[in-house]
Design a protein around this ligand. Structure first.
Ligand SMILES: Nc1ncnc2c1ncn2[C@@H]1O[C@H](COP(=O)(O)OP(=O)(O)OP(=O)(O)O)[C@@H](O)[C@H]1O
Ligand SMILES: [Mg+2]
Length: 290
């Protein structure tokens, strides 16, 4: 398998070859979640510090992330946004020297506790990256990839439904419904990003993490992805990293501003942009923080 595919697998939290998944873990997904609007998907971050070896990247973070809202992480390059969002589904576990203190709970379960299977965790907490990373498979096979390896459907008809609903939710169905067998790599960048969102939601997560999902897209595709985030927040907890303040103001409910590993200020958007209480936030917003 080529290195790029391996990297994609790691990024998606899925493995092309992994067929064996334990099913008796506390964070097991429920079968009725695809269209549910229940209150699951609450994240509580408590006294969280994160280290790469001796380098402390996040310092004593406390933050509640509520279901059915879009929580935005902002801050200058290198302040720890990606580290924080990746910590929420244990995406950094394989990074040498990575360790955490404090806790991250999802609906009361500490995701770093021994009983939690990181593979099953990634079913509940999906991730979308800055650069679209479709597998070198057909459009259909990209979307059904997770449901297939986790045996989430009983028939071809059920799988067809999961693929169709996921693509509809991602706002891509009408554009590609006649091209499902074509390679995903033939899609445009904006379409590929929506495909990756469809692939992430096909496994019925409760939480969707998005690390700069629109930064490589043109303005039209950005608007589509932003509209999509707002739609998705009706069913999912959405956590977004963006450098784009207009985007944060447009789609964010809560904005958390990070600086050099500290959580400096948390506020409701657009309040935090109009009346920041911390001078560092104000400096950042006015482009004066270097
Ligand atoms: N795999 C890693 N190993 C060691 N250090 C890392 C690793 N990933 C990130 N870091 C370090 O952690 C710090 C925070 O990085 P992170 O990627 O979380 O920042 P960021 O806020 O997402 O930045 P950007 O806006 O540029 O994406 C940086 O000092 C970075 O060098
Ligand atoms: Mg980053």
């Amino acid at each position: 398998m080529i290195a790029e595919e391996l990297e994609q697998e790691q990024n998606s939290g899925m493995t092309l070859s992994d067929k064996s998944v334990k099913v008796d873990e506390p964070l097991q997904p429920s079968s009725d979640r695809l269209d549910s609007v229940g209150s699951r998907g609450r994240i509580d971050i408590t006294d969280l510090s994160v280290f790469y070896g001796h380098l402390q990247v996040l310092k004593n973070i406390n933050l509640a992330i509520e279901p059915h809202k879009i929580t935005v992480f902002m801050g200058p390059s290198g302040c720890g946004k990606s580290t924080l969002i990746r910590t929420l589904n244990r995406m950094n576990d394989n990074v040498p020297g990575f360790h955490v203190t404090g806790s991250v709970t999802i609906d009361g379960v500490n995701i770093y506790s021994r009983g939690v299977d990181p593979v099953l965790l990634k079913l509940r907490v999906g991730m979308v990256f800055q650069k679209p990373n479709p597998f070198p498979l057909s459009i259909y096979d990209n979307v059904c990839f997770g449901p297939k390896i986790h045996k989430m459907t009983k028939s071809k008809a059920e799988m067809d439904d999961v693929v169709r609903v996921s693509l509809q939710k991602a706002g891509l169905w009408d554009e590609i419904k006649d091209r499902l067998k074509e390679s995903a790599l033939k899609l445009s960048g904006g379409q590929q990003q929506r495909l990756c969102i469809a692939r992430a939601i096909a496994v019925r997560p409760e939480i969707l993490l998005m690390d700069e999902p629109a930064s490589a897209l043109d303005p039209g595709s950005t608007t589509r992805v932003e509209d999509l985030m707002v739609d998705l927040a009706a069913s999912y907890t959405v956590v977004l990293v963006t450098h784009n303040m207009q985007q944060a103001a447009r789609v964010g409910n809560k904005v958390a501003f990070l600086y050099r590993g500290d959580l400096v200020e948390v506020g409701q958007a657009p309040n935090i942009f109009e009346n920041p209480t911390n001078p560092l936030t104000e400096k950042y917003i006015s482009g004066k923080l270097v």
